[in-house]
Design a protein around this ligand. Structure first.
Ligand code: GAL
Length: 349
């Protein structure tokens, strides 16, 4: 096998547009596939001795199905990941009202956020092992000010590292806090529950939310809370106290803008381990309580806890909390973030 990028049709959208699926394949048999619809991650696999490896990323068979999906499966989220309370904020004495797509709040960039649109593949294309998608979010998009130009670059490095880099500029000050909403199941995307996966998050503190999952502004130690993942522990064990699973943001220890190890997930059943590295200050754990996908890949159905998401991001709802560092992208500045998903196989758990 040699290093390649292959491309194939990935289905038609409601507006008639055709989409494409790009697969980056390494010489060792590792691969990652991404689509121009939502710049979404569709598949991810380590090497597997000449036979196709196990795909650990949850997704759908086509962009047609992804367009129907309401779980943000594999999608690039923007302009702002998570919830903005009351679907609005004040900046420089002015109120900005955003789309209240989870009334009365704003979620994951609005009704048609960046993960619900077709992106353009960069031309001329980047050489292997990278692929880059770009998109323009117009001034006033979902209520956000300024025209924002974003790109997301996926790079597959050996042995199995998927590097996700986001770059953006804006014509006016705008909140900007994107993430990649990838769900994984280390035993295979259709393997069922992730409750036996063990998780460690390198975080001493988390942010609290209210009953609507809106951050209250409080930052508290995880010590003594059910979301204490400072040591490797089975997700299911921790979840026995919380029936709806985890939907929780963590502050990454020592975050200073450099690349840091944020989390490790491993499964003794398959001997796989995923390590998440990021230069962002926070990571959001979502154990997929709302997952309800009937048209997953290979005929799979995904329901609660079929996958986990570890979304690297800035502080949630930062525009509404003066004690949170706020992600405002200003004209002249370039937003840049890098997250790496590193997959190891045959680990001795
Ligand atoms: C997560 C979010 C959840 C839910 C999910 C998508 O990032 O924290 O509350 O909205 O996305 O279904």
């Amino acid at each position: 096998m040699s290093d390649t990028i292959s491309v194939k049709p990935f289905g038609r959208l409601r507006n008639g547009e055709e989409t494409l699926l790009y697969t980056l394949s390494g010489e060792n048999g590792a691969w990652a596939s991404v689509t121009d619809y939502g710049a979404s991650l569709v598949g991810f696999s380590g090497p597997s001795d000449g036979i196709p490896g196990t795909d650990i990323a949850l997704s759908c068979e086509s962009a047609t199905a992804l367009e129907r999906d309401t779980s943000y499966i594999g999608a690039m989220i923007g302009r702002v990941a998570g919830r903005i309370g009351g679907a609005g904020y004040e900046m420089d004495g002015k109120r900005f009202n955003l789309t209240a797509n989870t009334p009365p709040h704003h979620l994951h960039g609005g009704a048609t956020g960046l993960g619900k649109r077709k992106w353009t593949v960069l031309q001329p294309p980047l050489p292997y092992p990278s692929i880059c998608f770009t998109i323009i979010s117009e001034d006033g998009d979902e209520g956000y000010p300024g025209e924002v130009r974003s790109s997301i670059t996926y790079t597959l490095l050996p042995p199995t590292r998927l590097v996700v880099e986001i770059r953006s500029i804006s014509s006016a000050p705008t909140p900007y806090n994107p993430t990649l909403h990838a769900y994984f199941n280390l035993d295979g995307h259709a393997a069922g529950s992730i409750l036996h996966h063990e998780l460690q998050i390198f975080s001493e503190c988390c942010t609290l939310t209210d009953a609507d999952l809106i951050p209250t502004g409080e930052i508290v130690p995880v010590d003594g809370l059910s979301c204490d993942f400072r040591h490797l522990v089975q997700i299911g064990v921790k979840m026995s106290a919380i029936p709806t699973g985890f939907d929780q943001n963590f502050l990454i220890d020592g975050a200073d803008g450099s690349l840091r190890k944020a989390a490790i997930v491993q499964s003794a059943a398959s001997g796989r381990r995923l390590t998440v590295w990021t230069d962002r200050p926070c990571i959001h754990l979502y154990t997929g309580h709302f997952l309800a996908v009937t048209d997953g890949k290979d005929g799979a159905a995904y329901d609660a806890c079929a996958g986990f998401a570890l979304e690297t991001q800035g502080f949630p709802d930062a525009v509404n909390h003066s004690n949170f560092p706020v992600d405002i992208l200003r004209p002249g500045d370039v937003f840049f973030s890098r997250t790496i998903f590193e997959l190891d196989q045959d680990i001795q758990a």
